[in-house]
Design a protein around this ligand. Structure first.
Ligand code: PLP
Length: 393
């Protein structure tokens, strides 16, 4: 059988849908933040499966937890409880510091947001306010919340009642929320939009506006959550408590797992039959998530991610071509001049570093928490070389 990137790409074009475009390399193994492609070329993965492989690849604790669980019990229907999902739900409840928190497990960020839409419907109906530029997923409900016309337009009509307002603009939010609004949904930082960070006080104001109008506040922590931004869900700095939290991506440390968590009165809205998912809370994925959370706590990654993130931001900021470095913790957006993000991302790949051009202007990095200072220094040095070549020519 032929192997290698070239053969893999040929195969991709003959069997896969075109929705992702054709990738240039095929990854086959990883350890920590190192990954190898089918030609045996090694890369440092500074994207981490887009904020997903929190502990890197092939982490021994995840491998052990998953291996043990799959030998014991690999799947249970929702007719039965199992201790692993309950242990995980208990941990998630503790992370919210609120005993009223109740967990619904599913498999992806979009599914978690679909569940949030159902909660909003049960609370007060169809009217939802979301942010322009936001990304909440691509299923029809989640897509209705997503505020990017390039992703929405071909699939209209979407859900009625969803209004998009300028992100970070408290006045615009206040104007669009009223006594008929069921839910406001916001990302603490807009990841897919290019790591767009709102002004301090934005989520606090959103909480107040929702309280004044009896609307639910949902925080989509799919990308910012699980410690990436230095706190469990990315909203804690604002001193607020939302009514709903959605998480996915990093929760399973690379295995498909997501959750919609309700707090307070929002926890009373679902009853038997309201919603469901065959694989949600699967024991193997839940075992991985427990290993992830235990390791984050043991290694103190919440605090460390802030330190590592600050180091990256400080070292990248003065580099030629860099206009601004945004983000929090280990979710970082590097804004570059002259729309050269894609060129830089391609050049970084040729230098052995995986990053993502979230747009023509922004390079996004979201490395695993295990990234070392030495790996950060080699990333910065390559980024500097890339910008020197591209901007000084
Ligand atoms: C904030 C946010 N919400 C929802 C999603 C959708 O998650 P999924 O691709 O798992 O459906 C994403 C994915 O990037 C995201 O960043």
């Amino acid at each position: 059988m032929k192997k290698g990137n070239k053969e893999s790409l040929r195969k991709w074009n003959s069997v896969m849908q075109s929705n992702y475009g054709t990738p240039s390399i095929s990854l086959s193994k990883g350890k920590g933040i190192e990954v190898w492609d089918l030609d045996g070329v090694k890369y440092l993965d500074f994207l981490g499966g887009i904020a997903t492989n929190l502990l890197g690849h092939n982490h021994p604790d995840i491998v052990a937890a998953v291996s043990k669980q799959i030998k014991q019990l690999s799947h249970v229907s929702n007719f039965y409880a199992h201790p692993v999902a309950l242990e995980l739900a208990e941990k998630l409840q503790k992370m919210t510091s609120d005993k009223s928190a109740r967990v619904f497990f599913c498999n992806s960020g979009a599914e978690a947001n679909e569940a949030a839409i159902k909660i909003a419907r049960l609370h007060r109906g169809k009217r939802i306010v979301a942010a322009t530029g936001a990304f909440h997923g691509r299923t029809m409900g989640a897509l209705s919340l997503t505020g990017q016309s390039s992703k929405r337009d071909a699939f209209k009509p979407l859900l009625p009642g969803v209004k998009h307002v300028k992100y970070g603009d408290i006045k615009a939010l206040r104007k669009s929320v009223n006594k008929r609004t069921a839910m406001v949904i916001l990302e603490p930082i807009m990841g897919e939009a290019g790591v767009v960070t709102p002004p301090s006080g934005y989520l606090k104001a959103a909480r107040q506006i929702c309280d004044e109008n009896g609307a639910l506040l949902a925080i989509d922590a799919v990308q910012t959550g699980m410690g990436r931004c230095g706190s469990w869900f990315g909203y804690e700095d604002e001193g607020i408590k939302p009514d709903l939290i959605t998480i996915a991506k990093g929760l399973g440390g690379g295995l498909p797992l997501a959750a919609m968590i309700t707090l307070g009165k929002a926890s009373d809205l679902f009853n038997a039959g309201s919603h469901g998912s065959t694989f949600g809370g699967n024991p193997v994925a839940a075992a991985a998530a427990i290993a992830v959370i235990d390791e984050i706590e043991e290694k103190n990654y919440l605090a460390l991610n802030n330190v590592k993130g600050a180091l990256i931001r400080n070292l990248i900021s003065p580099i030629i071509g860099v206009e601004q470095v945004r983000g929090k913790g280990l979710l970082i957006g590097i804004c570059v001049k002259e729309s050269k993000a894609k060129q830089i991302a391609a050049d970084m790949q040729s230098k052995g570093f995986l990053v993502n051009a979230a747009s023509d202007e922004v390079i996004r990095i979201a490395p695993a928490y295990v990234v070392s200072e030495k790996q950060i220094m080699s990333f910065v040095s390559a980024f500097n070389a890339s910008c020197e070549e591209i901007y000084r020519g």
